[in-house]
Design a protein around this ligand. Structure first.
Ligand SMILES: O=c1ccn([C@@H]2O[C@H](COP(=O)(O)O)[C@@H](O)[C@H]2O)c(=O)[nH]1
Length: 266
């Protein structure tokens, strides 16, 4: 089954488009988990237990796992999320020459979807795009302040680069497995891009800690009800100062975000 069909089913099951970002920052994990062999896995397991009933997907960011213990923690995390029937989207922003991307694309044997960078062009993404089962979210208009440095530059046609990326992504979507990453901190661009590519689901990061626009994320992020609105720190570190209560706080935060977003979905 195609990733977006599976995501559609998951969204219906939990009545939620919340993506819970598992950015397990070692420096912020509660002290009492540090004695575990794999503190990030111990942390994620508790977060997953507390949030899965509100999660359409879990989105670990690879940056928080790129060391030997980290990869092990990530593997355990993915298997545990799958055990709860929640798809996992690895935010890795990958792409390279084809020979290298073929190696990157092996990760799709483990996770359900990935974020990729369009900067090197279609061939750099082909091994991901060729995978019919997996979701491929292409960075289009990112949520960070510097996203405008390149993505807003106008081509000679007058269109900004992010619009060209959206148009190319639409072309590359031959297997109905492509989505776009568009930040909630850019509501005007979200609206424009949605108008341009009505059929592509978006991953919308930037609500929560980055202060993005949750209403715009729902209004423009979903295509036929399918899409993801991500919050990472705002959920997993919601109870940072409350020691063993951290997981319960994360569950409450995920539920609050789900309910807030659902007001706009109705
Ligand atoms: O444009 C983008 C693309 C990716 N991200 C990632 O999403 C999460 C956001 O974390 P918060 O704690 O909710 O701010 C993080 O993994 C980013 O690397 C993004 O923010 N913007």
């Amino acid at each position: 089954m195609n990733f977006f069909d599976r995501l559609h089913d998951r969204i219906r099951t939990v009545d939620s488009v919340v993506s819970v970002g598992l950015d397990a920052d070692r420096s912020r994990i509660p002290d009492h988990l540090e004695s575990h062999d794999l503190p990030r896995w111990a942390f994620n397991r508790r977060i997953i237990d507390a949030t899965h009933e509100h999660a359409a997907a879990f989105k670990p960011n690879a940056a928080f796992y790129e060391d030997p213990d980290g990869w092990q923690a990530l593997e355990e995390t993915v298997a545990y999320a799958h055990g709860k029937d929640v798809p996992v989207l690895l935010d890795a922003k990958r792409a390279d020459i084809g020979n290298t991307t073929r190696q990157y694309a092996r990760i799709l044997e483990t996770v359900d979807a990935i974020t990729v960078n369009p900067y090197m062009g279609r061939d750099s993404l082909q091994p991901f795009l060729a995978n019919e089962e997996a979701g491929v979210f292409i960075l289009c208009r990112t949520s960070n302040p510097g996203g405008s440095d390149l993505q807003d530059l106008e081509l000679e046609t007058g269109e900004p680069i992010y619009e060209r990326v959206a148009a190319l992504a639409d072309l590359w979507n031959e297997r109905d497995n492509v989505g776009l990453v568009v930040g909630a901190t850019n509501p005007d661009e979200l609206a424009e891009i949605r108008e341009q590519v009505p059929d592509l689901p978006f991953l919308v990061p930037g609500v929560g800690a980055q202060g993005g626009d949750a209403e715009a994320a729902i209004e423009h992020g979903l295509s036929n009800g399918v899409g993801l609105v991500n919050s990472s720190r705002g959920i997993i570190f919601a109870g940072e100062s409350s020691g063993k209560e951290f997981a319960r706080a994360s569950g409450q935060s995920a539920k609050r975000l789900k309910e807030r977003l659902n007001q706009y979905r109705r």
